[in-house]
Design a protein around this ligand. Structure first.
Ligand code: DGJ
Length: 729
């Protein structure tokens, strides 16, 4: 890890474990330019790559013809409306209504450590094991200053970027676009990789050719969303799972985003990532600053798998803060798919008793315990226990569950308000709405205006009072609709364009307060399944509910897309009943368990009513969780085969960091006639070590398993699965 400034060539060089990132400053104009990002390079003077010499139009040489230079020069943080027609990083409305902005280098600092981003989730590291480069830029006309931050950690190949803008003028400025990152590079042979989805079908991998013009994924839904994910990957044509060039850029933010790549007339690429400019207009008063969220850049020469493992380690070591992050999570049973809204104390206690007998460790009471919520039309905001359902109150239920020997967890949806609620009747102005318009209902609810301190305080106290009242070990924080009808009764005309961002800051503030007051709480984020499964939320909760689709086969591609970026320890995964409530498919109980073992592991079914043959398998699955979870949580993830590509079977492995143990999961999705056994090559082992295949007498060297492979037995029928455990001798 090293950050240097080479005075003679005016080059900044950021060196991580295996990569270099270089930024230059042009001769006379002092534009900040992008020079190089990729595998480590030894030379310091890379100015020859800037193309200023080959370009007769460089402004220092031919001031008259600045335009042709600006439109092709690789800029590190491009301005707007002054001759660079590619995507700008910033757009500003000044007091005359103009939007032009152009930045020039004014100074820099190289420091130990990494600063916190005020009010925002961000990666963190120890002072002497991290380093930061801050580069100052200024638009002298607007007197708008920008500080670009580049942070690195000793043990990681990721580079974290963000920007801080300061209005140094004496008039207000309106930011209408502020990207966290802009990255220029030549197009080689990259395809664009993104994650798309829908409710119950989150984070599906999608490749496309990069054509001329702009291609993006985004969200203007007020959440990172089911539909598109704040990630962009550039994947070289020749890249495989374990070799070849891959760039991955991920946004540590949970609200509106834009992630875009633009291919221009010279076959150069510009990647942009930041808060989506739509509905964004942020007033910056004289002296005020605006901090962008953080974007994480990863480059790997070791294919997609190499990229995934860099993200996984980064998030495990430098983003998740929970005391649970390195701990086994209690195996939970959640009553949502078991009972939906139809439950009472007796029902929950019956589930808890049977769950205890089978080795489950925590009961989670989901939606429907408050107000008069017997369906999803009512009561959000009225966080008072429904004593008709929970006779004797919440404390009584929790005591009983604890007496049975289980921890207790509870569901909230703190950001929402039902039109049919005492809260809405008292405070209709607390809902996000545009005056004169009836706001659009989704799941028959509105969103609370979390830009308001009074609303945040109410919401916080509603949750905290319950948590203070009894022994609650876990909270599932849900969010079941997107933002619309953007209007706040609290913000004035000048600040309305800040609502979505202030909403997000409000959510972060609430969760920060929660984990500060209840440091031992296990918090699981959720958003109608996995609509807010993003690095921002991971800063507050070590796990996030992956999807409302609990079908083991659907989960294969959802979990594959999620594990492209997120460690397995973060993926909420449960065994549910069949036929599956979302897709109607029936799969063997064993396969449901094997697939859920790749995540946090739990159950989402009525354990008192499922077939005895299924229930009888639970103690065995619980034992597998205890046996493998340390490995699954902390090991290196390898994607071996993808059902998404071969339409036939799925296979992935987790290998311990010291390479003494591996767990391979193989799921045969489609049975085939006349099949023979299949060879599975296991990457990532120690070639010299000898591994015993558990349950057999076979011992093989790592290199044999890596190159010649394992012989997996032929499986008969659909939806079969197998776990293979390798242990070094
Ligand atoms: C959506 C979640 O994803 C489900 O698990 C469940 O908690 C429901 N909301 C409850 O309304």
């Amino acid at each position: 890890m090293k950050i240097t400034y080479i005075e003679s060539s005016r080059i900044f060089k950021i060196d991580t474990l295996q990569n270099s990132y270089c930024i230059g400053i042009t001769d006379e104009e002092r534009f900040l330019t992008h020079v190089y990002y990729g595998s480590s390079v030894s030379d310091d003077d890379l100015t020859y790559l800037l193309r200023t010499d080959e370009n007769p139009f460089a402004p220092s040489k031919n001031a008259r013809d600045r335009g042709s230079f600006l439109d092709c020069c690789p800029m590190e943080y491009p301005g707007n409306g002054v001759g660079d027609y590619r995507e700008s990083a910033v757009s500003v409305e000044d007091s005359n209504g103009n939007s032009a902005v152009q930045f020039y280098y004014t100074g820099h600092r190289i420091m130990e450590g990494k600063k916190k981003l005020e009010g925002l989730p961000a990666t963190f590291g120890e002072e002497d094991k991290s380093a930061t480069l801050e580069i100052d830029l200024e638009d002298p006309v607007l007197q708008l200053q920008v500080t670009l931050s580049y942070c690195i950690f000793e043990d990681s190949d990721a580079i974290m970027r963000s920007a801080r803008l300061r209005n140094a003028s004496d008039a207000p400025l309106y930011l209408t676009k502020v990207m966290s990152l802009s990255l220029d590079m030549d197009q080689k042979d990259f395809s664009l990789l993104t994650l798309h989805g829908s409710w119950a079908r989150e984070r599906q991998m999608d490749y496309r050719t990069i054509g001329y013009g702009r291609q993006s994924v985004s969200s203007v839904r007020g959440e990172s969303s089911h539909q598109e994910h704040p990630f962009i990957g550039l994947v070289s044509e020749s890249a495989t799972q374990e070799s070849g060039s891959v760039y991955g850029i991920h946004f540590v933010y949970s609200g509106n985003f834009l992630a875009q790549v633009e291919k221009n007339q010279f076959d150069s690429l510009r990647v942009s990532m930041g808060i989506h400019p739509e509905n964004f207009r942020y007033r910056l008063m004289p002296g005020e600053t605006f901090q962008t969220p953080e974007a994480v850049m990863v480059y790997s020469e070791n294919g997609l798998g190499g990229m995934s493992r860099i993200f996984h380690d980064l998030y495990r070591n430098h983003l998740i803060r929970s005391p649970y992050k390195d701990r086994k999570r209690p195996i939970l049973i959640n009553n949502w798919e078991a009972t939906y809204f139809d439950f009472d104390t007796d029902k929950l206690i019956a589930i808890a008793k049977q769950a205890k007998e089978d080795g489950i460790e925590m009961l989670v009471m989901d939606d429907g315990w408050f107000g008069h919520r017997n369906d999803d039309n009512t009561s959000l905001g009225d966080w008072k226990v429904n004593e008709e359902k929970l006779r004797g109150g919440l404390g009584h239920l929790v005591d009983e569950v604890n007496r049975i020997g289980l921890k207790f967890g509870i569901w909230f949806e703190p950001e929402m308000i039902s039109p049919d609620s005492d809260l809405y009747r008292a405070h209709p102005e607390w809902a996000i709405a545009v005056p004169g318009r009836i706001p659009c209902r989704m799941r028959n609810q509105y969103v609370l205006d979390l830009s308001r301190q009074d609303v945040r305080d109410y919401v916080y106290e509603s949750v905290a009072v319950i948590l203070r009242s009894t022994n609650i070990a876990y909270v599932k924080w849900d969010m079941n609709r997107q933002l619309s009808d953007l209007g706040s009764a609290f913000l004035d005309r000048e600040n309305q364009g800040e609502l979505c961002h202030r909403y997000m800051l409000g959510v972060y503030e609430l969760q920060e307060r929660l984990v500060t007051e209840f440091p031992q709480l296990l918090l699981e984020n959720c958003s109608g399944g996995g609509a807010r499964f993003d690095p921002g939320m991971l800063y507050y909760s070590p796990q996030i509910w992956c999807s409302d689709d609990t079908d083991a086969i659907e989960r294969l591609s959802i979990q594959e897309g999620t594990a492209l970026l997120f460690p397995l320890s973060t993926m909420g995964a449960h065994v549910s009943d069949c036929p599956n409530h979302t897709v109607g498919r029936s799969t063997p109980f064993e396969t449901r368990g094997n697939v859920a073992l790749a995540g946090t592991f739990g159950y989402e079914l009525d354990i008192t009513r499922i077939p005895e043959a299924d229930r009888a398998q639970i103690p065995g699955q619980v034992a597998l969780y205890h046996k493998y979870n340390d490995l699954v949580r902390s090991g290196d993830y390898y994607r071996i085969a993808s059902y998404r590509e071969n339409h036939y079977y799925d296979c992935y492995g987790v290998i311990s960091k010291d390479k003494t143990e591996a767990l391979i999961t193989c799921v045969q999705v489609m049975g085939r006639p006349n099949v023979h056994s299949r060879r599975i090559c296991v990457p990532g082992l120690d070639p010299k070590k000898r591994y015993r295949i558990e349950g057999t007498d076979q011992i093989l060297h790592g290199d044999t398993l890596m190159h010649a492979g394992l012989q997996m037995k032929a499986m008969w029928g659909d939806f079969q699965s197998e776990l293979i455990h390798l242990i070094a001798e």
